[in-house]
Design a protein around this ligand. Structure first.
Ligand code: SF4
Ligand code: SF4
Length: 141
């Protein structure tokens, strides 16, 4: 009997899905599309490991790395953004995109690796070694 009631209700309630190109309504809890700033990215790949949806791909190279984001796979959970210490990722509350084929929204970047930051000067102006106490915090005690 419950089954019949459910069928009846579904029949009269009409369609719950939307016809293309209508879009779902954006709610205030929607975090938004992931935006990537290659200028800030260090290529650490943390976002790749935090993304269980496989929306982010990362391939390491010697002098460059490949990074891509596919909104069609993204659940907009924000875990990648939270894990990016370089602030290279953000989310904008744009409407979820419409796509017809898997992968057509994917954006790919090939980013040249940045030269490592110069290390702290370990010697004085005339090449004299600095006192051992300035060798850095967190060393052996
Ligand atoms: S976590 Fe941030 S810095 Fe690291 S690879 Fe991802 S976007 Fe780049
Ligand atoms: S928001 Fe979530 S699903 Fe989307 S790319 Fe980031 S970690 Fe992956």
């Amino acid at each position: 009997m419950k089954m019949l009631a459910m069928l009846w209700r579904n029949f009269w309630d009409g369609a719950r899905t939307l016809r293309f190109p209508a879009r779902p309504r954006v709610t205030e809890r929607y975090r938004g599309l992931v935006q990537f700033n290659p200028e800030l990215c260090t290529g650490c790949a943390v976002c790749r490991f935090r993304c269980t949806s496989r929306a982010i791909e990362y391939k390491a190279g010697k002098s460059e790395f490949y990074w891509s984001y596919d909104p069609g796979r993204c659940t907009f959970c924000g875990r990648c953004v939270e894990g990016c210490k370089a602030h290279a990722l953000s989310q904008e509350s744009a409407c979820p995109p419409i796509y017809l084929n898997l992968g057509e929204l994917k954006k790919s970047y090939t980013v040249a690796r940045k030269a490592p930051a110069p290390k702290a000067v370990a010697a004085g102006a005339h090449g004299a070694a600095l006192p051992a106490v300035s060798a850095g915090a967190g060393g052996a005690q």
